[in-house]
Ligand binder design. Structure first.
Ligand code: ZN
Length: 303
């Protein structure tokens, strides 16, 4: 009996041991399952993240090359803010003085923008990789702000030619000149979407010298100077705004007025009636290149 009883106890012990083992196995298995589940989820998350970032980078790669190039171009030609320093002022005052053999031509276009002519001029400048300077009229800037923005974004210098171009208004007084300048600066800032922009360069309608309004012009020069504004005329021109020019006469007048000068500030116009200016511009550029001129704009002076 004793033996039987002992056996029974043994069986009980074995059973208990079994139970304990089973519990341990079950608990261990549960822990393993739980751990694997956690690991599985995190692995899946990591994997999905990798897939997601892959997909994103693939998406980025899918952007056409052409668009990428355009982005690079825009970055490369980030518009600038003119910096008006004493040095810049001196360089501006001495723009016609050639202290070396370098031949430099500054192409300048007055009275724009114009919906018809400005886009043609911009295309020709782009084709020739030339940066020019535009003396815009505030009244025109308000009408065609997008063209001014395009000029600016393509690296051309936006300078100030006053607001109205009506001599009786502009030259009513020295303060009227400054007012026209300030209103136009505001129009330029709005058009290009840059509140920091200040051109610091004015061109008097009809030029800064002599004539009926000489006294007011002289007073205005002082007032502009006090307000950190330079003014500039030109020393070469195609006479595209005088009489009834032809393609031949434009190039001929450029040759005559540029002869013997290593520094050229060339006056042209991009108002609506100046189709001839756009048509002849490639010839004008070709002639200047042939004569050994390189092309700069006022950023090269004001920056
Ligand atoms: Zn003008």
């Amino acid at each position: 009996m004793n033996g039987d009883f002992k056996d029974l106890i043994d069986i009980e012990v074995i059973k208990k041991e079994h139970l304990t083992q089973i519990i341990v196995i079950v608990v261990t298995s549960l822990i393993i399952i739980a751990l694997s589940a956690i690991l599985g989820i995190s692995t899946a998350m990591v994997q999905s993240r990798i897939l997601l970032s892959k997909a994103e980078s693939e998406n980025e790669q899918e952007v056409p090359n052409e668009e990428n190039q355009q982005v690079e171009e825009v970055i490369k030609e980030t518009p600038k803010i003119p910096v008006y320093s004493e040095d810049a002022k001196n360089r501006m005052n001495n723009i016609y003085v050639a202290d070396n053999e370098e031949k430099i031509a500054y192409l300048t276009f007055d009275d724009g923008p114009s919906s018809k002519i400005t886009p043609q001029i911009l295309q020709i400048l782009k084709d020739n990789d030339i940066k020019a300077s535009f003396f815009v009229l505030g009244s025109r800037v308000e009408l065609l702000p997008d063209l001014v923005k395009q000029e600016y974004e393509e690296g051309h210098y936006i300078a100030n030619h006053g607001y109205s171009h009506e001599y009786t208004k502009v030259y009513a007084s020295a303060n009227a000149v400054l007012d026209e300048y300030n209103v136009t600066e505001k129009a330029i800032r709005n058009a290009i979407g840059n509140e920091e922009y200040s051109s610091h360069i004015f061109r008097f309608p009809g030029g800064s010298e002599k004539g009926k309004y000489a006294t007011v012009k002289n007073e205005a020069k002082n007032l502009l100077n006090e307000n950190n504004i330079s003014y500039i005329n030109w020393n070469s021109l195609t006479n595209d705004a005088v009489g009834t020019p032809t393609a031949e006469s434009l190039v001929e007048d450029l040759k005559k007025t540029s002869e013997g000068k290593n520094r050229l500030v060339i006056l042209m116009h991009d108002s609506g009636t100046k189709q001839l200016t756009a048509d002849t511009l490639p010839q004008v550029i070709a002639y200047l290149k042939e004569q050994g001129y390189c092309f700069k704009n006022f950023y090269d002076i004001m920056y």
